[in-house]
Write a protein that binds this ligand. Sequence first.
Ligand code: ADP
Ligand code: MG
Length: 707
Amino acid sequence: MATKTSLKLTTPVEDLPGVGKKRGAALRAMGLPSVAHLIHLLPHRYEHEAAEAAISDLRANEVVTARGEVTATRVAGRPPKSRFEAVLMDETGRLDLVWFNGGYLRSRIHPGSRIRVQGKSRKFGGGLQVTNPTWEPLADEANTEPKRRRERLRPVYPGTEDISPRVLDIVIQGILDPAIELIEDHLPEAHRKERALPSLREAYRMAHRPESLDEAAQAQRRLAYDELLLLQLGLQMKRAYMERSVRAPALHWSKQIDAHIRARLPFELTMGQDAAVREIARDLQKEQPANRLIQGDVGSGKTVVALYAMLMAAADRMQGAMMAPTELLAEQHFLTLAEMLAGSNVRIDLLTGAKRGEERAETLSRIESGETDIVVGTHALLTETVRFKDLAVVVIDEQHRFGVHQRAVLRQKTANGESGGGADGRDRAPHVLVMTATPIPRTLAMTIFGDLDITTIRGMLPGRKPIATRVVEPSQREEVFEFVRTRIDQGDQAYVVLPAIESGGALRDVRTTAKHLEERALSGKRIAVMHGKLKGATRDQIMGRFRSGLIDALVATTVIEVGVDVPNATVMVIDQAERFGLAQLHQLRGRVGRGQRASVCVLIGDPSSPEAAGRLGAMAETADGFELAERDLQLRGHGEILGARQSGAPMFRAVELPKHLELLELARRDARAWIDRSPTLSNDSESLLRTRLWKAHGDALGLADVA
Ligand code: ADP
Ligand code: MG
């Protein structure tokens, strides 16, 4: 067993007082194998614990804490109304305890049990009674009876079935003092002082044993700052590396070029598009590769903005490429752009997996010779051995599922592409624009895409009709489908979206619903199903038929979420809408409202939590994607946004968004200045910081190549 002097941060939990084999295994299962892990475990809240007092000193109408021996117990009344009563005695007096609905306690508290209780006291008979006290057995948790407790804030840790928050508290309190002595700070004192941040030792002491809630908040602020700073340092380091070692073609721009490009577009740009185009034009004129996120709500008109950028490349006799996430979308973009370019001398090509044989070979050779100015395709464009003559601009559409780490890898690939070293020894890289229809609050985007510049296209396109959104209860389902029928009778088309393809369980599914609609509400109408298990080619074919008006209602899963544009589809029904995230609901709704007729979105929902109800309510209240994104952040924090979890972006322990947005700004500024000063963090004084940065993000961000 580890004594205080031999304790190390690496000491295994099994060796700690009061832990042993069984608890050790449970702690390991929680991801807490050593002292360091325990110290890093942060409480998610604190509870006030009154000082322990002798029973005769307790007063009425206060939160009191006392210990003693249980001398009598009984269950009174019948379940479910039964209550459990006990008498607690110490050397000085008697305290009556009662737990309403406490029948379950009969097997846990017996005469002879030694327990500690806390709760509100009141006069009872001649003495005092505490109702529904919290309690804990003494001489059981850590095999030694704890000392009389003074007043404190008790940290409440995230426990599991096997390890209660209380056990974690006892174990951590037991090692805290010696463990804290071992912690080294990676931030210089001056840096901390300027930002009023406590030292790391103080921070961990205040997190686990705060004197006040203010101390707990100070601790969290320091630890959150560290997490944000490390991520930002990694991102900035990467960015600085790109700036040093990679060069993009500086494209030309002039009033004439601008006028020439605009003349190609079938409409005037909106103010939002115009602002975006200007920002992009400024970027593309630099040698530093652009790395910009263009976020615009569904239907804000991002495609022509992309075209503008690619035409700047074409105007310089270089190439542009646009990547879409699916073949269907690639084709759709290709058709749209080809139409706009008809009659010009700009050559556009399509490259997807569907193109094979000779046709493919010809396309590849046109791309390589430079005959093709603009290529539209899927991811295959980057991963395959596609050779460009002179690629200057890459546009990635709808990549809202990419997290920060994937982005970094992607950029690396682009940078080390075919063009090889330039005259100054720097690699040649294209400008990269990423377009997303998932609006992200700016500050959040900085966390996840910290290395990106951001352009936001705001405002509605001319002629767009707002979409009426209704939230209805499941009992109104048949009325909704009747409504769909009347709209189809008027020549409109509809989407019906469900959470599952086929489900035996609680989920509404595509198969059953399609069958039901065929037999009842939509009998005689042309119905098709669409979901992820269908082959890509089949899906494309169905989508094509829907677009041509050969299908009245498409019963589908969220596969239709991205990018599909069918102006005649004016009804979107989402069943079990409470199952979908806000971003997803908003995306789905954006599939309608694309034509001249007013569109309707009906959310059939049965929200089981306030959060789900909040989502549906928000959908009904606003159509502004940015507003929804902010609400989403408020409703559930940053966890799920952008699929941060799946994308491998680090989950934060201490950071809470949006609470820490200001801290995020601070960390970002600090990281930028730091990397400007010391691009690879190679000073001796930075070695601990560097080690921690590598540990947190080194692999994911590929920092080994950078410094
Ligand atoms: P998204 O941002 O969702 O990708 P799109 O680029 O697909 O939006 O544009 C949606 C529709 O609006 C398309 O049919 C497009 O031709 C049209 N559009 C785009 N910009 C304008 C504009 N400035 N004026 C009129 N229509 C526009
Ligand atoms: Mg689009």
